[in-house]
Design a protein. Structure first.
Length: 329
């Protein structure tokens, strides 16, 4: 039985807590949040205890095996270190840190303390994205030359409005489309060069937009678009290969379609839709991390993957600020 303490009762803390509460062989032992009303509410929903501080939780709880950090990005380092110092395994929401150096420090610190660190790049656990990667690796659409992704919605509101403070959040590049950076790197390997344009620093109140071009070491090009200027939320993807295309649009009834024209009579092509989600990807992700702890397994997304994702995001931000492409080492 794994005893899990969740720090943060915001959007992601709520998702994680409810996932743990529904798992077998996992006991959600507490919720930590300085906002007593929200913390108590989530604790009641998940039938556990609320604590005002991490220190109070560790003092009062008989056992904690895993600490799940669902706090704003700028607080990740502080609380991951506290958990590691106490010998607890750590699950941390993405992005791991605001820059590559801090991300590397966190990974090395957990390794020195001999605790496992998992980072929530949940896109790898969405069935549509898993299936798309498998189709690519199976050669279903031939060699992929170009990819295009979009992720967008309204400007997020959270505790202390921290998303609106660039020093704390890193804009949508670091906090949202980092999902796509991780997914594309999972599919196509390391990125060689980054060029980006965006609204960062232009003074638009509660609005953000970025378009990032990635050149991969294998020659593939990806265009990653992110927006905090849209109503609702949607994510889209196109992977174009020599023999076909994979298209995904979360807003459609049948969101994932793969077409291989070379295998069809003539050039008309026949779409092969995949089913929408049947299981919460966050539940799948956290269950996977628990299994990795129980059986000492390598996770689907490693701490090193998380560092690489931060590196790509930071390169995009530097490119936006300087107007120049950034080459990754």
């Amino acid at each position: 039985m794994n005893h899990v303490l969740v720090i943060g009762a915001g959007t992601m803390g709520t998702v994680h807590a409810k996932s743990y509460a529904a798992m077998e062989n996992v006991k959600l032992v507490g919720i930590v949040d300085i906002r007593s009303e929200r913390g108590k509410e989530l604790a009641a929903e998940t039938k556990t205890e609320w604590f005002e501080s991490y220190e109070e939780a560790l003092e009062k709880l008989a056992q904690v095996d895993i600490v799940d950090v669902c706090l704003p990005t700028y607080l990740h380092k502080t609380y991951v270190k506290k958990a590691a110092d106490a010998g607890k395994h750590v699950i941390c929401e993405k992005p791991l840190a605001r820059d590559k150096e801090e991300a590397r420090y966190i990974v090395d610190y957990c390794r020195e303390k001999n605790v496992k660190l998992f980072v929530g790049h949940v896109l790898r656990f969405f069935p549509e994205y898993e299936k798309s990667r498998q189709l690519v690796h199976d050669g279903a659409i031939g060699n992929v030359g170009v990819a295009r992704t979009f992720r967008g919605g309204i400007f997020p509101t959270a505790w202390n409005d921290w998303y609106a403070d660039y020093k704390n959040s890193g804009s949508l590049v670091l906090d949202m489309i980092i999902h796509d950076f991780d997914f594309l790197r999972w599919c196509f390997g390391d990125v060689e060069r980054v060029y980006a344009k965006g609204l960062l620093g232009r003074g638009f109140a509660r609005m953000d937009y970025a378009l990032v071009t990635l050149r991969f070491k294998n020659g593939m090009i990806a265009h990653v678009e992110g927006s905090w200027a849209h109503e609702g939320f949607a994510m889209k993807m196109e992977l174009a290969g020599k023999e076909g295309i994979i298209s995904y649009d979360s807003s459609k009834e049948k969101p994932l379609v793969a077409v291989n024209r070379s295998k069809q009579a003539g050039m008309s092509g026949v779409a092969v839709p995949e089913s929408p989600l049947r299981e919460n990807p966050y539940f799948r992700e956290l269950k996977h991390f628990i299994e990795c702890i129980d059986h000492d397994l390598e996770p689907l997304v490693t701490a090193e993957d998380a560092v690489k994702a931060v590196e790509i995001a930071r390169a995009a931000l530097v490119s936006i600020e300087t107007g120049k492409p950034v080459t990754l080492v």
